[in-house]
Unconditional design. Structure first.
Length: 291
């Protein structure tokens, strides 16, 4: 009986060894072939990534060039170019992943889960994207306009991108403002109108002639070619201060001349008014002493 068991055991061992010898030539080529196939896929993916990014850049440039030839608004050109560039790069990355062997269903599932997580973490970013859309279509300003934001920033709009707007201040600083707060806040477009009204306040001494001061001011304004004749400049008493009669001067200029004329007119009035015996008072207080 023991001999029979030994014979059966030996036969089983021989059969297992024979099966292993048969399967080894079949499995080994599959393993090597899979590695070679993966390497080829990886090389193809790298090549697709490099060529795809180059094509994405060319597509973005072509779209920008086509929009510039049609003379569309610079704000629309910058926004659309930025959007096309990001969309093309995402498309290239998806193709690279599928080339490596990642299934499309897996990509969709990962993108869905990632979109949910990213959406919760970056809700402000999507608000900036929506703000860019609002700015693009409602057009409170465009590239080249001078604006003042709700935070007090003043500068020239250089680019309107998907998430931010690039603003260059008068001291040549580049400021990137998120589109969400920019679209939801107060925006003052300083260059939207061709003509602007300037306001200057002049204080003269009590007892000096208001009419004489008004004539000097109007003559000074008339001598400056940058001051518009229509609407006519006006000078009126706006306040009776503690130590001065305050005259408010209104005049209109083109937008480009508005800030420059204010300094020049103040300097001209500082020189012209004293010649007509109209003085600028110093702050003073009258003190009455009772015995």
């Amino acid at each position: 009986m023991d001999n029979m068991n030994e014979v059966v055991t030996a036969n089983i061992q021989n059969d297992l060894q024979h099966m292993a010898e048969v399967q080894q030539p079949l499995t080994q080529p599959k393993t090597v072939g899979g590695a070679v196939d993966f390497c080829l896929r990886l090389i193809a993916a790298v090549a697709i990534l490099w060529v795809g990014m180059w094509i994405a850049k060319r597509i973005t440039r072509s779209v920008k060039f086509a929009m510039e030839r049609r003379e569309l608004e610079p704000s629309l050109i910058s926004f659309t170019s930025s959007f096309v560039n990001i969309l093309a790069r995402i498309f290239v990355i998806i193709i690279v992943l599928t080339t490596v062997g990642v299934q499309m269903t897996s990509i969709v599932a990962v993108l869905g889960a990632g979109a949910l997580a990213v959406g919760m973490a970056l809700s402000g970013t999507f608000q900036n994207f929506a703000g860019g859309i609002i700015i693009l279509f409602l057009k409170p300003f465009k590239v080249g306009d001078v604006i003042q934001t709700a935070t007090g920033r003043v500068g020239t709009v250089k680019k309107i991108m998907i998430f931010t707007t690039e603003l260059h201040t008068f001291d040549n600083q580049a400021v990137f403002i998120p589109n969400g707060p920019l679209a939801n806040g107060e925006i003052i477009n300083l260059s939207d109108r061709k003509n602007r009204r300037a306001e200057i306040k002049i204080g003269i001494s009590y007892g000096d002639s208001v009419d004489a001061a008004r004539k000097v001011i109007l003559d000074t304004l008339a001598a400056d070619s940058r001051i518009l004749k229509t609407p006519e400049p006006s000078v009126f008493v706006s306040d009776l201060g503690d130590s001065a009669v305050v005259l408010t001067v209104w005049y209109w200029t083109k937008y480009a001349d508005n800030f420059a004329t204010m300094g020049d007119i103040r300097e001209a009035l500082y020189k012209a008014l004293p010649k007509k015996k109209v003085n600028f008072p110093f702050p003073q207080v009258d003190v009455h002493v009772k015995k």
